[in-house]
Design a protein around this ligand. Structure first.
Ligand code: ZN
Length: 392
């Protein structure tokens, strides 16, 4: 099957745009439901014709997205971006690319912001693209032997993208990897594994996407030798009350919050991660951008309530914000936030990180993001927040 990189492969587009978008909404809601594929606002999806890309808008959640949550983008304008001479300075380049992305929106779409991964979606020559951050896939993408495992299990049908900052640079590296695969194998792959991030699965029908995801999950599941056990366990109530009495004022102060929301995780795995420095090691840094955004760069861990002030101060000095998960020996995890929603998000991302921590030993042990990439996301998030606030 010939055709340029940017063309949808299938010849006859029988479905109408309306039907296709209905298919896109169904796929998005399907992969957005539950926590196995995406958590909070993570992941994004798209549908494309030869001329138009419908891509998830920034700030949309896959579980609830409807037609107006997608941004219609001119594909010719996106393709033209690759021929442009861009500034060599990273910040300047990303600024220009964002401006070009905004300019590529179709008339009537000016109030929406296309996903930061829009270019990547456009590069895949398939009708549908479903990009997610599955816990099980990240057992590989966040592991020391992740790439080796990928080579053994998936290299025939997919490419591996090393850790890279989001934005244009990620799209450029993906473009080169897709073209490299095409040169070797005669076709563009439908699957992309992204280190410390997640996976992209593309297909011309929803059934193709479902079949690929099912195959990938089954293959990885068969390789995992250890499972997290997060079934709630009773803890010493008096010790918990003493700990909470010390934690609540400290957390309120750190979050500068009038009210504090708190969510508990006990269970064998949480207790083991909280037990001592060695147990905590697989949670001592960040696995992926989602973890940084929703539960902080890492949890903090203490043996006793007396250690809380110093642990909070150290985290705040380093990251200029409050920790969102506190692990206590014998008690497990306390996930905190200034609102019910943020506490719940910290809780979900902690569960996700705990599962990754337990499964990475099947693939050589944990592999965190590098300090440089962590810094980028920490600062990037601040920028994103600022732009959100300033647009109100
Ligand atoms: Zn992503």
């Amino acid at each position: 099957m010939g055709g340029s990189l940017y063309r949808v492969h299938h010849e006859s587009m029988k479905t109408t745009e309306k039907e296709a978008v209905e298919g896109l909404i169904a796929l998005s809601n399907q992969y957005g439901t539950g926590t196995d594929y995406v958590i909070a606002g993570g992941g994004n999806t798209s549908w494309k014709s030869d001329s138009v890309l419908w891509v998830k808008g920034s700030g949309q959640s896959l579980s609830t997205i409807q037609a107006d949550g997608f941004v219609k983008v001119n594909r010719q304008a996106l393709a033209a971006l690759w021929a442009k001479t861009l500034p060599s300075d990273t910040d300047e380049r990303e600024k220009q690319v964002l401006a070009e992305l905004m300019a590529a929106r179709l008339p009537g779409e000016e109030h929406k912001r296309p996903s930061v991964e829009t270019l990547l979606h456009d590069l895949m020559p398939f009708t549908y693209v479903v990009h997610t951050h599955p816990t099980l896939v990240n057992a590989i993408t966040c592991a020391q032997d992740g790439e080796k495992t990928f080579q053994r299990l998936f290299a025939k049908e997919a490419v591996w993208i090393p850790l890279v900052n989001p934005g244009y640079i990620l799209s450029k590296i993906v473009k080169d990897a897709l073209e490299g695969f095409q040169k070797k194998n005669g076709k563009i792959p439908a699957i992309i594994f992204m280190q410390n991030h997640g996976i992209v699965v593309a297909g011309n029908t929803a059934a193709e996407i479902d079949a690929a995801y099912a195959r990938i999950m089954k293959t990885i599941r068969a390789e995992v030798k250890t499972q997290a056990d997060l079934a709630p366990l009773p803890v010493d109530a008096a010790a918990e009350a003493r700990f909470l009495a010390a934690l609540l004022p400290e957390a309120k102060k750190a979050l500068a919050a009038e009210s504090l929301f708190l969510s508990r995780v006990t269970g064998k795995t949480a207790l083991a991660l909280a037990a001592d420095t060695a147990g905590f090691a697989p949670l001592s840094s960040a696995y992926s951008p989602d973890h940084i955004v929703y539960m902080g760069v890492s949890p903090i861990r203490v043996d006793s309530p007396a250690e809380l002030p110093a642990a909070f101060a150290a985290y705040q000095a380093k990251w200029k914000k409050a920790p969102r998960v506190v692990l206590a020996k014998g008690l497990g995890a306390f996930c905190i936030g200034p609102t019910e929603k943020t506490a719940a998000q910290a809780h979900l991302l902690f569960l996700d990180a705990a599962k990754i921590a337990v499964t990475t030993p099947s693939f050589g042990g944990p592999r965190f993001m590098t300090p440089e990439h962590i810094d980028f996301i920490v600062n990037w998030e601040v920028e994103a927040f600022r732009s959100q606030v300033s647009s109100k």
